[in-house]
Design a protein around this ligand. Structure first.
Ligand code: ATP
Length: 300
């Protein structure tokens, strides 16, 4: 095999809670993560030169070791003594620094792709371990689907997928948010309203979409919304335009709305684009990943 094509999909947080802080400064998290259809397309190609080259359609995205996809290729090359080089081509569609884990998804896809391209035959569990050395969301991005992530993001529990036909509208203000800064500014012990993670898991198990809508919750909104109050207006507009629920994803600024009808989702997206003069508005779907006993990460 000389080349491999992968889809690196975005995620949303149905819940995001911070339950403590470790001595090393890392936050203890409890998050229900869900993959959505929106993806970056990645091609990995073997090249004879002993190096990593990265090209993307976003001119200002770093193409060196500051790029998580580059770092993933380097980690695999050094860990498994791979002598051949690799060209990484990224067609980015997931907005950058948006709370959708675009960089983490690219990183995870390159780990999976290198495993296949160089026939390393590493099990998914090993890829998740390698992923954790690169960032907290990355083990989840290797696994994907509907997952409860705890610890610092490394304790992953598969959950039955909710609302099989839910549509998701993603709306991103034209600002970038630094995840690190948001966590640094979070006064987690002063947060008044923590999401009801157990309640959300029960609503998901019952496929009760209106209850899911009500139970969406993200403690990071307490930091990012005061910085960008329009996020609250976007949530409001999503609800007024038929969403079952709306929430900021990750550290923001992207807001997602859950819809049961495609037409309503499309209509809401049209209104949001106009109302907030936003270009980055997408209609996508919950993306299911069947979690079998024998975990295998596909390239799709
Ligand atoms: P998360 O939800 O995991 O915090 P995010 O969606 O908020 O992620 P990213 O899109 O992953 O944010 O980008 C965060 C930073 O990572 C950006 O400043 C960007 O320059 C850097 N970065 C490194 N590699 C990539 C990549 N392949 N794609 C996007 N951003 C990348």
């Amino acid at each position: 095999m000389e080349e491999i094509r992968l889809k690196a999909r975005a995620k949303i947080n149905l819940t995001l809670d911070v339950t403590g802080k470790r001595d090393n400064g890392y936050h203890e998290l409890q998050m229900i993560m869900q993959t959505v259809g929106l993806y970056d397309e990645i091609v990995l190609r073997k090249i004879p030169e002993n190096e990593i080259r990265l090209e993307s359609n976003v001119s200002w995205l770093p193409a060196d070791n500051r790029n998580l996809a580059w770092r993933a290729a380097e980690l695999m090359r050094s860990t498994y003594d791979i002598k051949e080089g690799v060209l990484i081509q990224i067609d980015k569609r997931i907005p950058v620094a948006a709370g959708l884990a675009g960089g983490s998804a690219d990183c995870a896809a390159v780990l999976v792709g290198m495993n296949k391209l160089f026939s390393l035959k590493l099990p998914a569990k090993k890829l998740e371990e390698l992923a954790l050395t690169m960032g907290t969301d990355i083990p989840y991005c290797v696994r994907r689907g509907t997952v409860l992530a705890e610890g610092v993001g490394e304790v992953l529990t598969n959950i039955e997928p909710p609302c099989p036909f839910c549509y998701v509208v993603l709306a991103k203000l034209p600002v970038s948010v630094s995840t690190a800064k948001v966590y640094q500014s979070l006064k987690w012990d002063q947060v008044e309203h923590h999401p009801d993670t157990k309640g959300m898991l029960a609503a998901m198990a019952e496929g009760d979409v209106p209850a899911m809508g009500r139970l969406l919750g993200n403690v990071l909104e307490t930091v990012t919304i005061p910085m960008y109050p329009k996020i609250a207006d976007i949530k409001e507009s999503m609800l007024e335009n038929g969403a079952e629920g709306a929430l900021m994803s990750g550290s923001g600024p992207t807001v997602f709305g859950l819809f049961t009808k495609q037409e309503r989702a499309k209509e809401a997206a049209k209104i949001l684009r106009k109302q907030f003069a936003m270009r980055d508005v997408f209609v996508t779907q919950i993306y299911h990943v069947p979690h079998g006993k024998k975990e295998r990460r596909t390239t799709d």
